[in-house]
Ligand binder design. Structure first.
Ligand code: GLN
Length: 506
């Protein structure tokens, strides 16, 4: 097994024991990136020099007994939606080409304060709109299980980087499923924290009331370790929760012992069945059975409003996005395009030419939808209605959590589809997030844990575990218990079975 296969938790131990240096670990991952990223295209920007400098600083600190955190020296990849001081930040869009932020997002600042070398920025659907990473203006990312297939989206770059062993850890963002769905289709772990649990300062907004950054990893424990680094109150984000995080690492370790006695697990009736691939449902059922065998009590819960979640999301998200994306006006950031054949064009003409050239089709589609939904006369009929349904969805969650400690569903309805398969069919693309969107609309935390390989195509599927707001610890307890049971069943990590990059060395 190549050394870059080591988990972050294990790397932290090896670094602490002095068996390896941060420079060696970082170089190993840079070598892996050099070997495979030509095929995977998980990265939009690799900062080899910066990462090695940060790793050398970490080694120097360690030698002085001044390590900053358990993950000091463990390298990480960051989704290109996060502002990174001195590093390009494009959000997968032409309109931000060439923009180098003068400041760090809080998440990035916290990574630096904890000593994690930043390997680079990962590919994504433009402005995080999509479920396949094919909407990136810089070309798609490919799934390490099968290079002809999508790695999920919008955070396909972060998920693929971790699945391809290019990085032990990555940062993603999840507005409707962009951490969890890529996790499911690449056989990795992804966590959407409670809304307000991780700062949004410096995260380029898609839809402020839904966006949340979180960990992308290969194990549940690694996710908990990373979550503790990036989470917690930030006065720079007015929606940040001013309360301590629960003990997430403790929860993951407790869960890994495999005992779920007394935990009530609720299977959501509305999330499954029609529209879900048979192999995905079979792996889901097996996971539920394993949790019951570990002592959990199974209850079925109904959340009737969830059937409206997708429609609600596709009113609220475009409305917020159309307003957020107004700032890309050719004056402040990145691209500026002058209209052809116009002498002394007006500011409005430059803005129009820039937005026409700088935004892709999906972004334009949502700006138009959102502008329409917010326009006077339609506001009450569309946006106002959607906000009311959003409340109903939260009420369904509240009711369900009186019967169950966590709620379960398949993470995504299908395994990874082929590149190009859904690109011209927006609705088919949107359906990928059927099961993940309710959590964003209500702000509750969720994790996706690999559940195994679907029989039809031998590709990974995921189980989603949701908990009440601010009880992120529960997704780690249950996620780690499930992971432990499944890893024992498989005889090792699921990713050991990925064959897409076979034959590639390093
Ligand atoms: N796929 C969803 C969308 O296109 C979710 C995106 C996200 O979570 N950023 O909106």
């Amino acid at each position: 097994m190549s050394a870059s296969h080591t988990t972050a938790a294990r790397l932290a131990e090896e670094l602490a024991a002095g068996n390896v240096t941060a420079v060696e670990v970082t170089q190993r991952h840079l070598d892996r990136i050099a070997a495979v990223d030509g095929q995977v295209h998980a990265f939009l920007h690799v900062d080899a020099e910066g990462a090695l400098e940060q790793a050398a600083a970490s080694d120097a600190r360690r030698a002085d007994g001044r390590s900053l955190s358990p993950l000091d020296g463990v390298p990480i990849a960051v989704k290109d939606v996060m502002a990174t001081k001195g590093l390009p930040t494009t959000c997968g869009s032409r309109i931000l080409e060439g923009w180098v932020p003068p400041y760090d997002a809080t998440v990035v600042a916290r990574l630096r304060e904890a000593g994690l070398p930043i390997l680079g920025k990962t590919n994504m659907d433009e402005f995080a709109m999509g479920s396949s990473t094919e909407h990136s203006a810089y070309g798609p990312t490919r799934n390490p299980w099968d290079l002809g297939r999508i790695p999920g989206g919008s955070g396909g770059g972060s998920a693929a980087a971790v699945a391809a062993y290019e990085a032990p850890l990555a940062i993603g963002t999840d507005t409707g499923g962009s951490i969890r769905q890529p996790g499911a289709v690449t056989g990795t772990v992804g966590v959407k924290p409670t809304y307000g649990g991780v700062s949004r300062y410096g995260l380029v907004s898609l839809a402020n009331s839904l966006d949340q950054a979180g960990p992308v990893t290969r194990t549940v424990l690694d996710a908990a370790l990373l979550h503790e680094v990036i989470g917690g109150h930030d006065p720079r984000d007015s929606t940040s929760i001013d309360a301590p995080l629960p003990d997430l690492v403790g929860a993951a370790r407790r869960g890994a012992e495999g005992d779920l006695t007394g935990v009530r697990i609720g299977v959501v009736k509305e999330l499954g069945g029609e529209g879900y691939q048979a192999g995905v449902l079979a792996r889901f059922q097996e996971s539920v059975d394993l949790m019951v065998a570990a002592g959990a009590e199974l209850v079925e819960v109904s959340c009737p409003s969830f059937v409206h979640a997708l429609a609600t999301y596709y009113l609220i998200l475009p409305a917020e996005a159309s307003s957020n994306l107004a700032r890309f006006d050719a004056m402040r950031y990145g691209l500026r395009k002058y209209p052809e054949g116009v002498e002394a064009p007006s500011a409005e003409e430059v803005m129009r030419a820039t937005r026409e050239a700088g935004f892709g089709d999906e972004v334009k589609r949502r700006i138009i939808l959102g502008t329409y939904a917010l326009s006077s006369g339609y506001y009450d009929a569309y946006y106002g209605q959607a906000q009311k349904v959003r409340t109903l969805i939260s009420q369904d969650f509240a009711e369900a959590f009186t019967h169950a400690d966590v709620l379960l569903s398949p993470t995504a309805p299908t395994t990874a589809f082929e590149l190009g398969e859904k690109l011209d069919d927006p609705l088919a693309m949107y359906l990928n997030d059927l099961a993940t969107i309710p959590a964003n609309l209500s702000g509750v935390p969720g994790i996706s844990v690999p559940s195994g390989l679907a029989d039809e195509d031998g590709l990974p599927a995921g189980v989603q575990i949701l908990a009440p707001a601010m009880r992120d610890d529960r997704v780690y307890v249950v996620g780690a218990a499930l992971e432990a049971a499944l890893t024992e069943k498989w005889g090792g990590p699921l990713l050991d079975q990925a064959r897409g990059l076979e034959g590639v060395s390093a």
